[in-house]
Design a protein. Structure first.
Length: 154
């Protein structure tokens, strides 16, 4: 399945519905062959067909740091600083490309949505290098901690 520039907008509308929440097409985005989805908190997802529509380039753009309440405790401040240190900063992008040509006849929206499942965690846990998926490390560490706790003598 190939995706054309004309099909990008239709696919973007389908993706916005699939993602839920208040993802919408950015009405102010340039008409450059790419689709740009925005969320109410400022996060953005964009994608465009490349290589004749056989591949799609996807990127996410970070949003502003959530504000900390004025009366936050030192522990809350430390947690907030730790969170800010690992999230994708405002205006920074994280990219990924995926092929749309598969053995099965799948709609581009389904392939793009599967790719986004790998990309969306980067909003909160920015990768340090290509191929790095820190959210998997977090899961593995949490699983190891739970397993160690269960195996500990009582």
């Amino acid at each position: 399945m190939l995706i054309t520039d004309a099909a990008v907008r239709e696919t973007a509308a389908t993706l916005a519905q699939s993602l839920g929440g208040d993802w919408t097409l950015d009405p102010e985005a340039p008409a450059d062959g790419a689709a740009h989805l925005i969320y109410s908190d400022g996060r953005a997802i964009s994608f465009r067909p490349i290589f004749g529509g056989a591949t799609v380039q996807l990127w996410i753009t970070g949003n502003a740091t959530p504000t900390l309440p004025a009366g936050a405790s030192p522990a809350e401040r430390a947690a907030h600083e730790a969170h800010v240190a690992v999230r994708l900063p405002e205006g920074h992008r994280y990219n990924k490309a995926t092929t749309l040509v598969t053995d099965e006849e799948e709609e581009p929206a389904a392939i793009i949505l599967r790719t986004l499942e790998d990309l969306l965690p980067a909003f909160e846990h920015k990768p340090r290098y290509v191929g790095h998926k820190p959210w998997i490390d977090l899961f593995d560490n949490a699983l190891a901690a739970v397993t160690a706790e269960e195996d500990a003598p009582r």
